[in-house]
Design a binder for this molecule. Structure first.
Ligand code: ZN
Ligand code: ZN
Length: 366
C-alpha cells in the first residue's frame, strides 16, 4: 500500500492551492521516499504560479527541503530509513555529459529538458508532478537518491532547509564562480534571501567593501546587519553611478545579481569594473531578454557568468556549507521570518510576492 501525504497542490495558474491528500508513488530504482520536515518558500515558486516559468499543473512546488528517509528503492546504497537528509534541487547523477565534465549544476536530470516527474496522484486520479524534481510542499517527497544528502544529527532542520536554494546559490556564486578575493569590492544587486546569503558569503571571503543594492529599506538594513558596508537605494538615483562613486569611479571588482528584472541585470553588468566579474542568477520571465552594449561585452574584458544553483558540486559543496552553519560562520537568524503550515500556502505565496518574508518556511513535521 503506497503512502499518502497531505500536500499543497498547485492545480492551476493564479488559483489557490488545493491542500489535501495525495497518494505517493512507491520509490522505484534510484528513488527515495522522504518525510518532509521543513521547506523554504522561494520566489521561483510564485513565478511558477504566475506562469512565468514552465511549470505545468497539477504540481507540488518547492525545489528543496529537509526531512527523514522513510523508504529507499533499489540501487540506493548511501541512505537508509531514518536518515536525516537534505533534498537538493540539483541532482548529481555522475553519469551524464555534464556530471562527467565536472559541471553537475547542469546535470541532465534537472536541466536536460524533461518534464517534471510524476510523484503522486490526486484522489480523482490526476497525476501530480514535482517542481524542480522535489515537490517540497507536501508531507512526503518522492525524490532521487542522487539529490539526497545525509545531514548531521546536530544541525536543526530549520537552518538546514536553507542550504539547498539560498545558501547554495549565493555561496556558490561567491566561492565557485566569482572566487571573491580578500579586499575586493563586491556589489550585490537584490537583497532577498539569495542576496543576503551572498552578503554573508562575501564577508566570509574577506571582501573589502560589500555594497548592497535594493529598493527595500528593510532589506538594506538586514544586509547591513549581515556585513554589508555600503548600501545603495536604486530607487533614489542611478545605482550604476552610485556603485562607481563608491569604487573610485571604476565599478565593483565583483557584482552578484540576485534580483531578477532585466534592468537589474543590465545595471549589474554596467556597475562592474573593466576586467571585473559579474554573476547573473535572477530570472524574470523565462522568455526575458537583457540588452547590453556590444563594446562593453567584448573589449572591456568583463567575465559575465550565469549561475544555476551556485554552480554547485553537491557532494563537495554541501559538506563545506554544512560546516559553515555548524561552526557559526553562516548565521541563519534573520532569514526565517515566518513558519507556515501547508494550509497557509496561499498566505506564504502572497507574503513572498509582497517581500514580507525573507524566507518563509513550511514547518511540516519532525
Ligand atoms: Zn529557490
Ligand atoms: Zn548528471
Amino acid at each position: 500500500m503506497s503512502a499518502s501525504a497531505r500536500a499543497a497542490v498547485m492545480t492551476g495558474y493564479l488559483e489557490p492551492f488545493e491542500v489535501g491528500p495525495v497518494r505517493m508513488r512507491d520509490p522505484g530504482p534510484g528513488q527515495v521516499l522522504v518525510r518532509t520536515a521543513a521547506a523554504p518558500f522561494c520566489s521561483t515558486d510564485w513565478m511558477g504560479w504566475k506562469a512565468m516559468r514552465r511549470t505545468v499543473p497539477p504540481v507540488v512546488l518547492g525545489h528543496t527541503a529537509v526531512g527523514t528517509v522513510e523508504a529507499v528503492g533499489g540501487d540506493v546504497r548511501h541512505l537508509a530509513p531514518g536518515d536525516r537528509v537534505l533534498v537538493a534541487g540539483t541532482p548529481q547523477c555522475g553519469e551524464c555529459f555534464y556530471c562527467r565534465i565536472g559541471r553537475p549544476d547542469q546535470c541532465d536530470l534537472l536541466m536536460g529538458g524533461a518534464p517534471n516527474p510524476v510523484v503522486a496522484d490526486l484522489p480523482d486520479g490526476r497525476e501530480v508532478r514535482a517542481a524542480g524534481l522535489v515537490g517540497a510542499y507536501s508531507e512526503r517527497m518522492l525524490v532521487l537518491g542522487v539529490q539526497t544528502h545525509r545531514l548531521p544529527d546536530d544541525l536543526p532542520f530549520d537552518a538546514a532547509c536553507l542550504l539547498g536554494c539560498g545558501i547554495s546559490s549565493a555561496l556558490g556564486a561567491v566561492e565557485n564562480i566569482a572566487h571573491v578575493q580578500p579586499g575586493q569590492s563586491v556589489a550585490i544587486v537584490g537583497l532577498g534571501h539569495i542576496g543576503l546569503w551572498a552578503v554573508q558569503g562575501a564577508r566570509l571571503a574577506g571582501a573589502g567593501e560589500i555594497i548592497g543594492v535594493d529598493g527595500h529599506p528593510g532589506r538594506r538594513a538586514l544586509a547591513e546587519s549581515m556585513g554589508a558596508t555600503r548600501l545603495v537605494d536604486p530607487t533614489a538615483g542611478d545605482p550604476v553611478d552610485a556603485v562607481r562613486a563608491l569604487t573610485e569611479g571604476r565599478g565593483a571588482d565583483v557584482v552578484i545579481e540576485a534580483a531578477g528584472p532585466e534592468v537589474a541585470q543590465r545595471q549589474a553588468v554596467l556597475m562592474s569594473r573593466r576586467a571585473g566579474t559579474v554573476v547573473l542568477m535572477g530570472v524574470q520571465h523565462a522568455t526575458s531578454e537583457v540588452i547590453l552594449p556590444q563594446g562593453l561585452l567584448t573589449t572591456t574584458g568583463r567575465e559575465i557568468h550565469g549561475c544555476q544553483n551556485g554552480r554547485v558540486t553537491p557532494d563537495v559543496d554541501f559538506p563545506r556549507w554544512i560546516g559553515y552553519l555548524r561552526d557559526g560562520r553562516l548565521d541563519p537568524s534573520g532569514f526565517v521570518t515566518r513558519r507556515y503550515d501547508l494550509d497557509e500556502a496561499d498566505q506564504a505565496l502572497r507574503r513572498s510576492m509582497a517581500l514580507e518574508d525573507v524566507t518563509g518556511v513550511f514547518a511540516i513535521g519532525g
